[in-house]
Each structure stands twice: as structure tokens, then as C-alpha cells.
Design a protein around this ligand. Structure first.
Ligand SMILES: Nc1nc2c(ncn2[C@@H]2O[C@H](COP(=O)(O)OP(=O)(O)OP(=O)(O)O)[C@@H](O)[C@H]2O)c(=O)[nH]1
Ligand SMILES: [Mg+2]
Length: 356
């Protein structure tokens, strides 16, 4: 899972990156290294269910599932109209989803690029740049397809179907509707996969509040989810030792760190679930697309497990904790035996039986 942090200049992208990763990248005016500077870090996904299982089963080590974040600077007013520069485009197109940071905080030492604080406007501004980028892409593709049709270059039917699809995209973009709001079929999604259409990507809007500031309750629709956090404050807390951080969070009345809220929202947004594996050495969490089978879970762990798959043993994490251990679960026949088509549920502990 790879998530790109985007936003207008000085919206707090690097601040949010630091919140998510616990890194200490410089923020503010001294931070700019170059327009298309990208910073990347891999972070463990906090999971209290895995913690509870490790507490019970006591493996030598516990390994969290991973998510990758990139701080992608360089988008600004006019980016989409002018066509995004190659290096920026290359970064954006590899992301599974985008975290769009929208500024609410006021900070005289970091002037807003549009002079005033207006989160709804900022959100639309960046979204419009992405829409313009997609319009250019779609227009170019349609021209190409028309040429191909005249030349009779490819299967006529295929060309006609692609033209119909791209015309459908044009209609949506003309109405300023991001492509993620369209109900595309799997086949249509596949036809579009090579085109780096940015408004097709899932988006989580992160509203960056100043300390003690109220959530402005933005009316953001267009298939987008949002959450708010006090970026600078949470960045400072994220850089403290765990027990100190805990104390500060309590003092500021923050129930759950922004890091956890954002990561969990991203998992939901992308339709990922977690399952767990345990042996004496290691307890480990893995992410998997919702609806995946036991065989796909095995594949995620190791291709050998998928190749030699026999059965999967499965139990919900909380059921195991309530039973008090694996021996108890086995004795009471609570480890279910499932075949390769079994749909893995969120929070299950899975043992793959295999032979290669
Ligand atoms: N008061 C306050 N200042 C903030 C907050 N978040 C960010 N800032 C400040 O705003 C400035 C810009 O923050 P950055 O995180 O560097 O923003 P950015 O989007 O990465 O900026 P560029 O990479 O230059 O586009 C810095 O001076 C931050 O300290 C906040 O929640 N409150
Ligand atoms: Mg930055």
C-alpha cells in the first residue's frame, strides 16, 4: 500500500508526513530542496489486535503490516493546466491513493500561496488541477483513437468501445466530476489502467488544523472521505518517546493519534483487511484486499504456501483471545478448516497447511 501526500504549497504536507512516519524532516521555508522533491518512508500499521495476540502467544518478535508514504511536493495552482512535469507525474501515477492536505491553520511565517485561508477553495483548487490534467490525457487519447479508427489500425470493435468509454470520461470531466465518482466496471478499469488518470485514485482529505482550532466541517463530496488533525501539534507529539507522547495526547484530549486514524482510514478507503500469522519466532500482520481467498492469503505470505496449499486453519483473533490459547482452541475444535476458496475475514489468525 503506497500513499502519496499532496497539497498546495505550505499546506503542511511535510508536517503530516512527519506525523505519519515519526520522521523529523525540516518543514517551512528552509525545507524546500527543489520543486519535485519526494521523500518516502515505510511505516508499521498500528494494530491492537496483533498486540493482544502477541501478548497471548508470545512469539519472539512481532511484525506489523507495512504502509509506504511519500511526501510529494510540487503541485501548485496551474500545474494541471500546464501539464504536469514528468517527474511529478511518475510519482503520482504509482500511488494507490492520495492524501490531500488542506490548510486551515494560520501561520504568518508561512504565507498561504493564495494569501487567504479558505479550505473549501483550496480543496477545489487542487482537485481542479487534477481534473485538468485528466482532461488533457483523455483528449489526447480520443484524438489518437480517432486516428486509429480512420487508419483501421486495430480491431474496429475494440477501438469503438474505447472511444465510447473515453467519451463517457469526457462528459464527467466536463461537469467537473472526478472520475472516481463513476461506476466503472472491472473491464473498464482495466482499459484505463495504463493512463495515469489522477482523479480515478481514491482520496482521503486531511484537514490540517492549528492548535485548538475547530474543524471547519467542509462540505466535501465527490467520493472523498476526510478527517482532521492538528498537524503541527501532532508532529511534535509523534517525535516524543511513547510514554511521553501518551501523556501529551491525554493532555490535549486527543483520543487516538492522527497517525493511527489516517492509516486506518486509508486501509478502509482502499478496501484492505488484515490477517495474522503466528509461529514461535514471529507474530505478523498482513494486509489483503477485501474479498480475497485463503489461497491469495497464502500467496501474500510466500509463493510456496500457495503452490503447495492444502487447507487453511482459521479463527477470529478475539475468539482465540477469549479461549485463552491455541491448545484450548484446538482441543475445543474451534480452529476451522477452510479450503482455498474460503474468503478471509478481517482480524483472522490463519495457519496454512501445505506441502511442496
Ligand atoms: N501554526 C501551524 N503551523 C503549521 C501547521 N502545519 C504546518 N505548519 C507550518 O506551515 C509551514 C509549512 O509546513 P510544511 O509541512 O513544510 O508544508 P508543506 O506543504 O510541506 O510545504 P511545501 O513543501 O513548501 O509546499 C511550516 O512553517 C509549518 O511549521 C499547523 O498545524 N499549525
Ligand atoms: Mg514540504
Amino acid at each position: 500500500m503506497h500513499l502519496g501526500i499532496i497539497g498546495l504549497p505550505r499546506s503542511g504536507k511535510t508536517t503530516v508526513f512527519n506525523v505519519l512516519t515519526g520522521e523529523d524532516l525540516p518543514v517551512g521555508p528552509l525545507a524546500a530542496r527543489g520543486l519535485y522533491d519526494v521523500q518516502t518512508a515505510v511505516v508499521g500499521i498500528p494494530d491492537s489486535r496483533l498486540d493482544a495476540l502477541s501478548e497471548l502467544l508470545k512469539p519472539r518478535k512481532t511484525t506489523y503490516a507495512k504502509v509506504t508514504f511519500s511526501d510529494i511536493g510540487g503541485l501548485q495552482v496551474g500545474s494541471g493546466r500546464e501539464g504536469l512535469p514528468g517527474p511529478l507525474m511518475n510519482q503520482l501515477e504509482t500511488m494507490d491513493a492520495l492524501l490531500h492536505v488542506v490548510r486551515v491553520f494560520d501561520e504568518p511565517t508561512a504565507p498561504h500561496p493564495l494569501d487567504t485561508i479558505d479550505p473549501a477553495r483550496d480543496h477545489m483548487t487542487l482537485e481542479t488541477e487534477l481534473l485538468l490534467h485528466d482532461m488533457l490525457t483523455v483528449e489526447r487519447r480520443l484524438q489518437r483513437l480517432e486516428e486509429e479508427r480512420q487508419k483501421g489500425a486495430r480491431d474496429r470493435d475494440l477501438i469503438d468501445r474505447e472511444i465510447a468509454l473515453f467519451e463517457h470520461l469526457t462528459e464527467s470531466l466536463d461537469r467537473e466530476r472526478p472520475l472516481r465518482t463513476l461506476d466503472l466496471t472491472i473491464e473498464e478499469g482495466q482499459m484505463l489502467s495504463g493512463f495515469s488518470l489522477l482523479t480515478l485514485k481514491p482520496v482521503l482529505v486531511v484537514i490540517n488544523l492549528g492548535e485548538g482550532e475547530e474543524d471547519p466541517d467542509l462540505d466535501i463530496s465527490d467520493g472523498v472521505q476526510s478527517l482532521s488533525l492538528q498537524g503541527k501539534l501532532e508532529m511534535e507529539i509523534a517525535q516524543l518517546a511513547a510514554d511521553e507522547a501518551q501523556a501529551f495526547l491525554a493532555e490535549y484530549g486527543i483520543e487516538q493519534p492522527g497517525r493511527e486514524r489516517i492509516i486506518h482510514s486509508c486501509c478502509d478507503l482502499l478496501g484492505f483487511l488484515s490477517f495474522f500469522t503466528f509461529n514461535e519466532q514471529e507474530g505478523r500482520a498482513w494486509t489483503l484486499r477485501q474479498g480475497s481467498s485463503a489461497l491469495e492469503a497464502a500467496e501474500t505470505i510466500h509463493s510456496d504456501l500457495a503452490r503447495g496449499f492444502i487447507k487453511a486453519e482459521a479463527i477470529a483473533w478475539d475468539e482465540l483471545v477469549a479461549l485463552g490459547g491455541l491448545t484450548e482452541a484446538r482441543a475445543q475444535g474451534k480452529l476451522r478448516l477452510e479450503g482455498k476458496d474460503y474468503q478471509v475475514a478481517d482480524g483472522e489468525l490463519i495457519y496454512i497447511r501445505f506441502s511442496v
